[in-house]
Ligand binder design. Structure first.
Ligand code: NAD
Ligand code: ZN
Length: 353
C-alpha cells in the first residue's frame, strides 16, 4: 500500500493506493466527523460489479447509504443528471456533514464532485476511482465539472475531496482499451516531470499494462505524486499547472473534430503528445531521437500515433477556439527533453499545420 499526500494547506488530503482497501476506508470513516446518512454514486457498468460490495463496506462502517446508479458514459456528465442527484440527496435528508462517495471512472468522479461541491454549498466528498484514467488523473487535483451542450467541462469548480482510495482489485474488470487510455496521461507525467519515471515505463511496459500489483502501484502512486506536486504549487491553474496540458491542445481539437467517438481522451492525448513533440523538434527544442523515444513508448503501450479523419484547416481553427486559448495566442506546452517542458506562444502557423 502507498499513500500520497496532496498538500493544500487546510484542504490537504491523502490518496491511498493498494489492493483491497476496505479496512483502510472503514478506518477513515470511523475517524471522520460525518453524519450517518450518505450517498454512493456509481454508473451502470461499475454498479453491478462493485456497488453492493462497497455499499456493504460503508454500512459496516456505520453509514446509512443509498446507492445511486447513473447511466455509464460521458452523456451523464450533465446538469440534468446532477439535478437528479440533488433531488435524491434532498429526499434522503443529506445534511452539510453527509459524505458523498464517487465509485467509478472520471465521469462519475467529475459529476459527483460537482454535486458534492454545490449541494448545500459543499458536503464531504470521497473519491473511489475505478478506471486507470480516474486514478492517475481526474481524481487528483480537485477539478469537478459537468458538460454543457456547447462544450465539455464548462460548468464546474475546484473542490478537493476529503480522501481518495484507489483499489487495484477493482480494476480487474476494466476493458483493455481503458487501460491504454490511462497510459496516455501516465506517459505524459514522465515527459513533463520525471525522466526516471519515463524509463521505468519503458522498462516495465508489460508489467504495467497487465496491472501487476507492484508495478501498477508504483506507476499509479508516482503519477499521483507528480500531479499532486504540480497542483499543490498551483491549485487554481495560474501557471505551473499548465504543463499538465502537454498533448492536450491538439487532443481537445482531435476529440471535437471526431465527435468524441473515434478516440477516447487518452488516445487523443497520445496523438497530441506526438504532435507537441513534433512541434518541439521543428522548433529546435529536442532532437529526432528524443521524439522517437516518445513515439516508441506510445506505440508500445498500444496507443495511436496519428489521427484519422481530421481536416487540417478545421483542426487549426479548433485549436484557436479552445477555452485555454488566451488573447488569441495558443500557449503550447513543448518538450525540451524527456522530463522537462516549457510553454511557448510563438509557434508559427506553418509549424503547427
Ligand atoms: P468513464 O468514467 O466513462 O469510464 C470509462 C468506462 O470504463 C466507462 O464505461 C465505465 O463504466 C467503465 N469502468 C470504469 N471503471 C471500471 C471497472 N473497474 N471495471 C469495468 N468498467 C469500468 O471515463 P474515464 O476515462 O474514467 O474518465 C473520463 C472523464 O474524466 C471525462 O469526462 C473527462 O473530462 C474527465 N477528466 C477529468 C479530469 C479532472 O481533472 N477532473 C481529468 C481528466 C479527465
Ligand atoms: Zn487529460
Amino acid at each position: 500500500m502507498r499513500k500520497v499526500k496532496v498538500d493544500l494547506g487546510e484542504k490537504s488530503y491523502h490518496i491511498v493506493i493498494g489492493s483491497g482497501l476496505g479496512e483502510e476506508l472503514q478506518r477513515f470513516i470511523a475517524a471522520a466527523d460525518f453524519s450517518r446518512k450518505a450517498l454512493l454514486v456509481t454508473d451502470s457498468n461499475v454498479g453491478p460489479l462493485y456497488g453492493q460490495q462497497i455499499k456493504s463496506l460503508l454500512q459496516e462502517a456505520g453509514l446509512c447509504v443509498e446507492l445511486a446508479e447513473i447511466p455509464a458514459g460521458e452523456r451523464s456528465k450533465c446538469l440534468a443528471v446532477a439535478e437528479s442527484l440533488y433531488t435524491k440527496a434532498i429526499e434522503l435528508g443529506l445534511d452539510r456533514r453527509s459524505p458523498i462517495f464517487a465509485l467509478g471512472g472520471g465521469v462519475v468522479g467529475d459529476l459527483t464532485g460537482f454535486v458534492a461541491a454545490t449541494y448545500m454549498r459543499g458536503v464531504p466528498f470521497i473519491q473511489l476511482p475505478t478506471s486507470l484514467l480516474a486514478q492517475v488523473d481526474s481524481s487528483v487535483g480537485g477539478k469537478v465539472a459537468v458538460n454543457h451542450a456547447l462544450g465539455k467541462n464548462l460548468i464546474g469548480s475546484f473542490y478537493q475531496p476529503k480522501a481518495v482510495f484507489m483499489d487495484l482489485s477493482l480494476m480487474r474488470t476494466l476493458p483493455k482499451r481503458e487501460i491504454a487510455t490511462g497510459m496516455g496521461e501516465i506517459i505524459k507525467y514522465g515527459v513533463i516531470y520525471d525522466p526516471d519515471f519515463f524509463s521505468f515505463l519503458e522498462q516495465n511496459r508489460q508489467a504495467v499494462l497487465n496491472l501487476e500489483p507492484d508495478a501498477a502501484t508504483h506507476m499509479i502512486a508516482r503519477s499521483c505524486e507528480i500531479k499532486a506536486d504540480v497542483v499543490s504549487q498551483d491549485e487554481q491553474e495560474a501557471g505551473l499547472r499548465r504543463i499538465l496540458n502537454f498533448g492536450h491542445t491538439m487532443a481537445h481539437a482531435i476529440e471535437r473534430e471526431t465527435g468524441y467517438v473515434r478516440y477516447n481522451h487518452g488516445e487523443a492525448v497520445a496523438i497530441g503528445m506526438i504532435g507537441a513533440a513534433d512541434i518541439s523538434c521543428r522548433m529546435g527544442l529536442i532532437s529526432e531521437s528524443v521524439k522517437q523515444r516518445l513515439i516508441d513508448l506510445v506505440e508500445r503501450m498500444h496507443l495511436p500515433l496519428l489521427a484519422d479523419g481530421c481536416d487540417v484547416d478545421a483542426m487549426y481553427h479548433d485549436i484557436f477556439h479552445d477555452k485555454k486559448t488566451v488573447g488569441g495566442k495558443v500557449n503550447w506546452v513543448l518538450m525540451t527533453g524527456i522530463g522537462s517542458v516549457i510553454c511557448r506562444d510563438d509557434v508559427p502557423e506553418d509549424v503547427v499545420r
